[in-house]
Write a protein that binds this ligand. Structure first.
Ligand SMILES: *[C@@H]1O[C@H](CO)[C@@H](O)[C@H](O)[C@H]1NC(C)=O
Ligand SMILES: *[C@@H]1O[C@H](CO)[C@@H](O)[C@H](O)[C@H]1NC(C)=O
Ligand SMILES: *[C@@H]1O[C@H](CO)[C@@H](O)[C@H](O)[C@H]1NC(C)=O
Ligand SMILES: *[C@@H]1O[C@H](CO)[C@@H](O)[C@H](O)[C@H]1NC(C)=O
Ligand SMILES: *[C@@H]1O[C@H](CO)[C@@H](O)[C@H](O)[C@H]1NC(C)=O
Ligand SMILES: *[C@@H]1O[C@H](CO)[C@@H](O)[C@H](O)[C@H]1NC(C)=O
Ligand SMILES: *[C@@H]1O[C@H](CO)[C@@H](O)[C@H](O)[C@H]1NC(C)=O
Ligand SMILES: *[C@@H]1O[C@H](CO)[C@@H](O)[C@H](O)[C@H]1NC(C)=O
Length: 508
């Protein structure tokens, strides 16, 4: 088969449902499999969009999802991500899409008698770039309201509800996400009628301001080793599609690697903005797998164990959770904390049954690094870029931090003889153990509704189903702080050119 025939076959689905006959799986020679909005295999491309995937509960991290019936749910700390947004102007994000759009517009202007796209790319002749910048989308607002309502149903009703204080940054999409979440939480269908029911601590994200809910900009020397690694993988990701698409564009359009990457990104962003996108039908299953991999590699290298400041970026939030668990204010900061917000109970209340902090995916990712959760660790050199395709891994962004992602730190008070080995699916009633003696408190980290294994977090050694002794955990937090090496990671003079093993700067 010549390459044009392969390309025609591969693109045959167009924007309608797949019409191409079933093909053999993608071969190692790179011959494309079918493309389309849906696939004969039932493959769901939305779950391969990494941080741009719409929220779904995680399929799980290998441990039981249930609740310990004999224990009392005493507290929940929520770290939440905003909902669907417009792209940022970053060169590999909105920047790449904008310049692809400009290139098409320029080409049409310079060649008024020529069509730009043909065949499956004909839609480009009418296409316009309609995405804005950074702001929360209506689909994101709806996702946050749903998340808040669900949280009330699942956790809120089990716990008391005095007038609580929640926290957010002042970044517009984060602030709006918080308010939408709270509308859902308070079960108010009038969008602004929950306003009086809560207080919101709004922290600045401006340069030079510390905040644990946006910690990348406070960590000025924390290098971004994910970006160069992803740049190295782009040509591999895009090469087959570039060849395929070039057949349907004028020769002098000079389609580039970054143009194809922009075409990938258009799919999730237009889906969030317009409900669907013609770009989605252009790629194979393997290509979507590899697209997700580029996103995973980028976050792994920028905010996770692959980054020398991965632990540092997340430690501030861990310290705040520890302080809340110990009912103490924070009077000084050696991390991304701004103690001015944490040294008083008005802005940093204690003894609330639940807390909610609205933030970014980078922070959720970094917190998992700061906790040292080995389940997500890839290896001593970070995630490899010199591979043909996505490699097997546990750190997968659509499971870790899709739009509307949420990390719960649950606190469970259990009877002395509790083994935590038998969990049940539903929790209708919260037992009251306040008058029982000899109870033990446990914490459990639940990411997108699935508990996370705590291997690697040494005070949790021997834990069952992800439940970790709270006292042992709290005793260990100063050690986590030490391991994060905040001052060195964020302000030190060091150079690393590749991903690192453990989210720390070089130890020398
Ligand atoms: C489009 O054309 C403008 C004006 O001629 C030029 O400045 C710009 O760089 C072009 N953009 C692209 C992506 O080719
Ligand atoms: C929401 O309600 C508060 C308190 O009633 C009010 O101050 C605020 O202006 C309202 N906002 C909007 C957008 O209506
Ligand atoms: C900390 O927050 C206060 C406002 O509460 C602000 O005035 C101050 O500039 C902040 N400092 C830093 C380092 O973020
Ligand atoms: C493609 O490359 C050729 C040769 O360098 C150049 O003349 C042409 O303007 C380029 N086309 C676009 C759309 O940039
Ligand atoms: C901001 O962070 C720096 C670096 O960790 C710290 O030295 C400083 O005390 C913090 N400022 C506030 C107001 O918390
Ligand atoms: C919190 O820190 C700020 C900034 O240092 C200070 O002005 C304020 O008095 C402190 N508040 C309390 C309650 O200690
Ligand atoms: C780290 O930051 C300091 C200033 O805080 C600067 O002097 C130094 O050059 C930086 N080092 C690197 C490697 O960027
Ligand atoms: C890191 O690189 C910078 C710029 O090349 C250099 O000035 C600095 O001395 C290097 N630092 C170390 C610790 O090697």
């Amino acid at each position: 088969m010549n390459s044009l025939a392969i390309a025609l076959l591969a693109l045959g689905g167009g924007s309608a449902a797949m019409t191409v006959p079933t093909m053999s799986p993608i071969s190692s020679s790179g011959a494309p499999g079918p493309t389309g909005l849906s696939y004969p295999s039932g493959f769901d491309m939305k779950s391969r969009w990494g941080n741009l995937s719409p929220y779904t509960d995680s399929t799980g991290f290998g441990i039981d999802k249930g609740f310990p019936a004999e224990c009392e749910l005493s507290q929940v700390h929520v770290l939440h991500r905003h909902g669907q947004r417009y792209p940022s102007s970053w060169p590999t994000d909105g920047g790449a899409m904008q310049s692809f759009a400009d290139k098409i517009a320029n080409y049409s202007k310079q060649n008024p008698d020529k069509k730009v796209g043909s065949g499956p790319l004909s839609f480009l002749n009418d296409w316009e770039y309609v995405l804005g910048n950074n702001l929360l989308l209506p689909s994101g607002a709806a996702a946050e309201a749903t998340a808040g309502a669900l949280f009330w149903s699942q956790y809120g009703r089990l716990l008391a509800r005095p007038k609580p204080t929640f926290r957010t940054t002042d970044y517009p999409r984060i602030l709006e996400s918080a308010r939408w979440w709270l509308s859902g939480f308070f079960n108010n269908v009038g969008a602004n009628s929950s306003y009086a029911l809560y207080d919101l601590t709004v922290m600045s994200e401006d340069d030079g301001f510390n905040t644990t809910l946006s910690s990348t900009s406070t960590c000025t020397n924390g290098s971004s080793n994910g970006d160069p690694d992803v740049a190295g993988f782009y040509p591999t990701l895009t090469k087959t599609a570039l060849k395929r698409f070039s057949a349907f564009l004028p020769h002098d359009f000079n389609l580039t690697t970054m143009d194809v990457y922009a075409m990938f990104s258009m799919c999730p962003y237009e889906s969030a903005t317009l409900g669907q996108s013609s770009f989605c039908s252009l790629f194979t299953e393997q290509e979507w797998e590899d697209f997700e991999y580029t996103i995973d590699m980028m976050f792994y290298g920028n905010n996770m164990f692959g980054s020398p400041s991965g632990r540092a970026q997340g430690i501030g939030y861990v310290e705040e959770v520890a302080a809340r668990l110990q009912s103490r204010l924070i009077m000084q900061s050696h991390s991304s904390i701004n103690y001015t917000y944490d040294n008083n109970t008005k802005q940093f209340p204690l003894h609330q049954p639940m807390y909610m902090d609205m933030s970014h995916e980078t922070v959720i990712v970094a917190v998992l690094a700061a906790l040292g959760l080995d389940y997500f660790k890839y290896g001593p050199h970070g995630m490899p870029k010199n591979v043909e395709h996505a490699v097997p891994r546990n750190f997968i962004m659509h499971k870790v931090a899709p739009f509307g992602a949420r990390l719960f730190t649950e606190v469970w008070t259990c009877p002395a003889d509790s083994k935590l080995d038998k969990l049940q699916d539903q929790m209708y009633k919260n037992p009251d153990l306040s008058s029982s003696s000899g109870t033990t408190d446990y914490i459990r980290f639940v990411l997108n509704n699935a508990p996370v294994p705590v291997e690697g977090l040494s005070p949790c050694k021997g834990s069952v189903n992800g439940f970790c002794g709270m006292k042992e955990f709290l005793d260990y937090v100063p050690e986590l702080t030490k391991q994060a090496m905040y001052q060195q990671a964020c302000f030190g003079d060091y150079n690393v050119s590749t991903q690192v093993p453990n989210g720390q700067p070089p130890l020398s």
